[in-house]
Design a protein around this ligand. Structure first.
Ligand code: ATP
Ligand code: MG
Length: 295
């Protein structure tokens, strides 16, 4: 019996004969069953202190793909650059933002929720004000747990909350890790991809020890993969060598469609629904449901 037929024996995912880019047999994860009821949300932080690795792109498109599968998704823009808010075409000025919610307990987080163009995908926006949050929060009691407190109010309304972190390991990111049940680490298939990941894992371990014992690593997501370059393939090999099965089987390839979709302020799953990149984010959504990271 080959490995493939062994894997197929549980009947949960279909395999074809080729190996996927992560060296495991390529498989399509099954379409998730419809949910009969919704909430409370599992909270996932998209986190990597390295800039430009696909955190925001993944928050937007994973969120849209999960919404397509009938999941109720709330995306939290947790970066003062406001890229998630812009990418989903929601207002981030003259509205209540995540910064306001962190600073004032009088505000109801539900009032800050905005609808995106995707049915089932909502957003709490951010803007540059959030860059002052670390300074303002540093003297607060239980300063690492403030976001967790905010999300408690909205969690019952959603199946999953995605937090798009900023590229730093500061107090905001520690707040995200303290609020989260799981972390997804997007990793660009580039030469310096692994640099800094040890520090990130160390930070997650510290948060697990001191603040949030239940936090799990949901997976490492290889992004901007280019199968045509030996370089990309070598980086992915090294990532798998270092992290094994923590590396998600879904790999996001590099395509110019992402910047194009950003300009249009819609997820790629709406901008180019049949594009291979849209299919990849749907596969990621199915994989995370399959792994139990999402209901
Ligand atoms: N798979 C991809 N192929 C090509 N371009 C991509 C891909 N994923 C993201 N991009 C582009 O790369 C840039 C950085 O992506 P993104 O903003 O998602 O990263 P980030 O990790 O959120 O960055 P930051 O750390 O600045 O918040 C964006 O211009 C985005 O459109
Ligand atoms: Mg970002």
């Amino acid at each position: 019996m080959t490995d493939q037929t062994l894997d197929q024996a549980d009947g949960t995912a279909s395999l074809d004969s080729e190996l996927g880019p992560t060296g495991r047999p390529h498989r399509e994860f099954p379409e998730p069953a419809a949910l009969r009821s919704h909430g409370p949300a599992r909270i996932i932080a998209l986190c990597n202190q390295k800039g430009g690795v696909g955190k925001t792109t993944t928050s937007i498109n994973l969120g849209a793909a999960l919404a397509e599968y009938g999941r109720r998704v709330l995306a939290i823009d947790f970066d003062p650059q406001g890229a998630l808010s812009a990418g989903l075409g929601v207002q981030s000025h003259d509205v209540t933002t995540i910064y306001d919610l962190l600073l004032s307990r009088q505000l109801d987080p539900i009032d800050a929720i905005q609808k995106s163009s995707v049915e089932g995908l909502d957003v709490i926006p951010a803007n540059i004000d959030l860059s002052a949050a670390e300074v303002h929060l540093v003297n607060e009691v239980a300063r690492e747990q403030i976001l967790a407190g905010v999300l408690k109010r909205v969690a019952p309304l959603y199946d999953v909350i995605l937090i798009d972190c900023q590229p730093s390991l500061g107090l905001l990111t520690v707040n995200a890790l303290t609020a989260a049940h799981g972390v997804v680490i997007p990793l660009e298939c580039e030469y310096f991809a692994l640099r800094g990941v040890a520090l990130l894992i160390e930070t997650i371990d510290k948060v697990r020890d001191r603040l949030n014992p239940a936090i799990q690593l949901d997976g490492i997501l290889a992004t901007m993969y280019d199968a045509r370059t030996l370089h990309s393939r070598e980086v992915l090999e090294r990532v798998i060598g270092a992290f094994g099965d923590d590396v998600l089987e879904t790999v996001i390839t590099r395509t110019v469609k992402f910047p194009d979709a950003t300009v249009a302020a819609v997820p790629i799953t709406e901008f180019a629904p049949e594009h291979q990149a849209s299919k990849a984010y749907r596969q990621l959504a199915r994989e995370l449901v399959f792994r139990g990271a999402v209901a």
